[in-house]
Design a protein around this ligand. Structure first.
Ligand code: SF4
Length: 290
């Protein structure tokens, strides 16, 4: 159930990277003048998923790994809403992996902010799918969500930002929400958001992040060249951030799920359910079943 409730004080540890994400989301929604009543934030399971409790917004706390399915459902119920899904890498890249891939395929105009910290903070610091080799005995190579996102041949929006730079993060969220408002399709932003209690990566990430837009050959409309640029940057020990891919409006019309299914942008949540508007349909239905 979607509920609008008064915000409660944050339960996050002091210094958690999620505060940067929270501040950037609030700033973007404020800049775009999107009212809380027109916004639904679907939270996943984990520390990050509580974000909708900490500011004034309609919030839905989803099942573990299922936040994208629920966010797409909210969008299709009323495409005029701004819908944001926010959860962690343990939620999105492990139990939620099937929904993650299918969110690209479905291509509904929602923003998915995946708060990545390489660990399961809520359950006290186990290795998550993005944990580096050796972290808490991890013997598996880390999963790369950006490369997976870029591999999907869908005209969408793919970016990464760092919560140590909330101003840039806010700019990226604003661009992503505008992309959604145009009916552009799925916007995926991986937010590097350190867990200061179990895996404090602030210093290391701050030293290594590189804005991909500053590199020679940067072209967010060319998926192949961005793929190569991303890999080359990683091979130099750096962490690429910025907007990696963005559908070019002049090259292709938007093909989001809600525009295909609900071209007049009116969803079932806005349907007139008064008796007067539906009497004819009820009578027709009764004549069929009796
Ligand atoms: Fe943030 Fe880690 Fe604390 Fe969770 S445990 S609130 S991720 S610092």
């Amino acid at each position: 159930m979607v509920q609008s409730a008064k915000p409660i004080p944050s339960t996050w540890c002091p210094g958690c990277g999620h505060f940067g994400v929270l501040s950037a989301v609030k700033k973007s929604l404020g800049e775009l003048k999107i009212a809380p009543s027109n916004t639904v934030l679907v939270g996943g399971i984990g520390c990050s998923g509580g974000i909708h409790n900490f500011f004034e917004v309609n919030g839905l706390h989803a099942l573990h790994g299922r936040l994208l399915a629920q966010a797409v459902g909210v969008k299709l119920s009323n495409p005029r809403l701004t819908v944001i899904a926010a959860g962690g890498d343990g939620d999105g890249y492990a139990i939620g992996m099937g929904h993650f891939i299918h969110a690209f395929k479905k291509n509904a105009s929602i923003l998915y902010i995946l708060m990545m910290n390489e660990t399961y903070g809520l359950t006290k610091g186990q290795a998550s799918p993005t944990a580096p080799l050796g972290f808490e005995g991890n013997v598996e190579r880390p999963f790369d969500g950006i490369l997976t996102a870029l591999s999907q041949d869908v005209p969408n929006f793919v970016a990464r930002t760092f919560s140590g730079d909330p101003r840039t993060m806010g700019r990226v969220f604003t661009e992503a929400i505008k992309f959604n408002e145009e009916g552009g399709g799925f916007a995926f932003v991986e937010a590097l958001s350190p867990c200061v209690t179990y895996n404090d990566t602030y210093k290391s990430w701050r030293e290594r992040v590189v804005d991909i837009a500053t590199l020679p050959g940067y072209d967010p409309s060319d998926r192949k060249s961005i793929f190569r640029l991303y890999l080359e940057t990683q091979e130099r020990g750096k962490i690429p951030v910025g907007v990696f891919h963005r559908r070019v409006p002049s090259a292709a019309p938007p093909e989001s799920l809600e525009l295909k299914l609900l071209p007049d942008r009116t969803g079932p949540a806005e349907a007139d359910i008064t008796l007067g508007a539906n009497l004819g349909s009820y009578q027709k239905l009764l004549s069929i079943v009796t």
